[in-house]
Design a protein around this ligand. Structure first.
Ligand code: EPU
Length: 374
């Protein structure tokens, strides 16, 4: 375990912004994590857990403590009998009877898309629509990552966490995680301190992929004679998702970005009717009112619709491709903000606030960040 001094967070966040961390340390086991936490405590310093930094906007101010990167590895394809949920995965490797019942247990430090690729190569269905999402396994439950009609909550079995307050590991079931749209218990005051160690997902061997999302349905319903099919394999769906994302979303290898910067909007049916009257063609999607607290702001717990903020940013606010200095709105996916060069987090934040003001002025709606400010 190597503790490095004065490390720029711009090197550890996909937005490529942020001040210096006084200390930066990657931990590859629970024991190492405990050592660093004890050290921070004894030195009376703060600490912060950071995955691959792909969904955060890091303050330009220096962080006066430890930034801890969990690198706990290992991907287990188990039949659920050979692997006890407290088994030590810190040294990585594959164990268990591969893929028998579709249980996959991955360490928090694994790269999310590597795990997805491996499940797809074993013909396990459930994660293929979540292909190509940047970031680590440990970050996935925090956001309840979702794309193309699937959310992590649809396949998650349990999450193993370390609770620094109790100095103990715990297992949280899927319902304990209280997943909502880009939301979970891990974002709440009661769950914020928990450190994710491993994530278990239940996939379906040779299952049938879900291609109901518009972009996927279109992709697979091409004209006769095309190589595309109506009943694609799991691997074909992964390939399609990768292609769709490549066309729409900015490439994090090329630009500073964190994917969708804002969340989609959830409004009451009556608010939707009012907006659709004003903005003909406004699309809507059904919504599961999983998180009623997030919905009460709109006045009721029943009868909601999700509306794509991308449509409002594009068709109503005409913001696609707009730019201020080095910060801009992605041309093909306006939910994504882009750092084209040397933008600071303060500049990104100002720009995002201007966008919120424009949306508020044109629609009366208050938008929320999907990205976490750290
Ligand atoms: N649209 C426009 N103009 C545009 C782009 C989109 O009008 O320039 C409209 C279209 O009507 C389109 C609709 O917006 O049908 C929705 O667009 P899209 O399917 O691209 O999805 P999204 O709602 O913009 C969400 C997620 C993405 C995820 C896609 C696919 C959020 C905040 N974003 O975007 O997640 O990949 O659905 O499921 O929920 C991320 O979280 O970082 C992310 C990229």
């Amino acid at each position: 375990m190597k503790i490095t001094h004065s490390v720029s967070l711009s090197k550890h966040t996909s937005f490529r912004t942020g001040g210096n961390a006084r200390f930066f340390v990657a931990v590859d086991s629970l024991d190492e994590l405990k050592i660093v936490l004890a050290r921070a405590r004894s030195e009376n310093l703060a600490y912060m857990i950071l995955g691959e930094g792909t969904n955060v906007l890091a303050s330009d101010e220096d962080f006066p403590g430890y930034v801890i990167r969990p690198m706990i590895r290992g991907v287990d394809f188990s039949d659920g009998i050979h692997i006890g949920i407290n088994s030590d995965m810190s040294r990585g490797g594959i164990r268990g009877n591969e893929g028998e019942d579709g249980l996959v247990i991955a360490g928090a430090g694994e790269h999310w898309d590597d795990v997805v690729a491996r499940t797809v190569s074993k013909n396990l269905s459930g994660l293929e629509n979540l292909s190509s999402i940047p970031g680590s396994v440990g970050a996935a439950p925090v956001q309840n990552v979702g794309a193309y009609g699937v959310e992590l909550k649809d396949v998650l079995e349990w999450v193993e966490v370390f609770d620094p307050k109790e100095n103990a590991t715990k297992i949280l079931s899927c319902s304990d995680c209280r997943f909502g749209y880009r939301d979970s218990f891990f974002k709440s005051p009661a769950g914020r301190d928990l450190i994710i160690i491993r994530v278990a997902m239940k996939l379906i061997p040779n299952g049938r992929p879900n291609i109901s999302y518009k972009d996927l349905a279109n992709y697979f319903s091409a004209d006769e004679g095309s190589p595309m099919k109506k009943s694609p394999t799991i691997a074909e769906v992964r390939k399609a998702v990768i292609q769709i994302r490549r066309v729409k979303l900015p490439d994090i290898k090329e630009y500073g970005t964190a994917g969708s910067f804002f969340k989609n909007l959830v409004v009451t049916d009556s608010k939707y009717e009012e907006l659709a009257g004003k903005f003909p063609g406004l699309p809507s999607f059904p919504v599961e009112p999983v998180d009623s607290t997030a919905l009460t702001a709109h006045g009721s717990k029943n009868g909601f619709k999700k509306i794509p903020l991308a449509w409002i940013l594009d068709k109503v606010c005409k913001l696609n491709g707009t730019r201020e200095g080095d910060v801009g709105v992605c041309e093909t996916q306006p939910l994504a903000l882009v750092n084209y060069g040397q933008a600071t987090s303060a500049e990104v934040k100002n720009f995002a606030e201007k966008i919120s003001d424009i949306v508020k002025e044109k629609t009366g709606l208050q938008i929320e960040w999907e990205v976490n400010l750290i």
